[in-house]
Design a protein around this ligand. Sequence first.
Ligand SMILES: Nc1ncnc2c1ncn2[C@@H]1O[C@H](COP(=O)(O)OP(=O)(O)OP(=O)(O)O)[C@@H](O)[C@H]1O
Ligand SMILES: [Mg+2]
Length: 279
Amino acid sequence: MASISQEQASHVLPGVKNVVAVGAGKGGVGKSTAAVLLAYGLHRSGAKVGLLDADVYGPSIPTMVGVEGHNPVVSGNMIVPPVAGGVKIISIGFMVDRDKPLIWRGPMAHGVIKQFLEQVEWGELDYLIVDLPPGTGDVPLTLAQLIPMTGAVVICTPQDVALMDARRAVKMYEQLNVPCLGMIENMSYYLCPKCGHRDELFDHGGAESAAGELGVPFLGEIPLNVKIRIHGDSGSPEKLFTDTPDYVTQAIQRVVSNTAGQIGIRNSIREAAPTLTVE
Ligand SMILES: Nc1ncnc2c1ncn2[C@@H]1O[C@H](COP(=O)(O)OP(=O)(O)OP(=O)(O)O)[C@@H](O)[C@H]1O
Ligand SMILES: [Mg+2]
């Protein structure tokens, strides 16, 4: 499949320097968590960031960043995205009932994503992070058709079933001509806060070796930690950086800076990415 040209796409997201998709893999492995970590990590390093919740079937970003129940403001024919902790957010969750099942046919999902790209006032952004639904369905295809993406990040846990889906996702991006920026291993291990014992609940190291096999970068591992779950559930993304044990914060920061590095590399032929230093 041919990728779209810069000229074709110049009218879509004119002020956005980098579009980075996160996900396309097994359900529940931490795609949205990783999207939030990347968005807020990049924001903390001084970049202008937007976060587009492309999970039109199960939007979780509004809850995770603390803007659940927000009513979208419309100015002219453009939607003004709410800003949560400095990051612009859009989600279908702002437009539908919380308990209503979201049943979209392919063209309808395509229409929603198109609207989120074309009719949201994103303004000037260094990064637009896109949280994808599980699987290799319509949404990543739609994105690849509508905008030139800087690249995609694939999230997985170390267990075989998750790695299988992650491999499929990497291959899908290859077919869509979207560069794979790399793989992140989430829930990589667990450290007991009482005795320091390390458990590898879902195995360990599978993503790094899969990345090696597939020839894509390995962006790092994120441990399983209750604070990550708590700050996600309570919509406090900043606390992922300020209220997690040191080894967790450091792991998160490594993943953010490795991803920023890969974006910079991919981008160097197009336009220079801003220099990022993650504190
Ligand atoms: N490293 C982690 N440590 C602790 N909890 C985590 C971690 N990563 C994710 N979680 C929790 O696991 C749950 C699933 O994560 P998340 O929603 O990010 O997954 P997902 O892949 O986006 O799921 P879906 O496929 O449904 O979109 C959430 O409650 C989240 O807070
Ligand atoms: Mg999700």
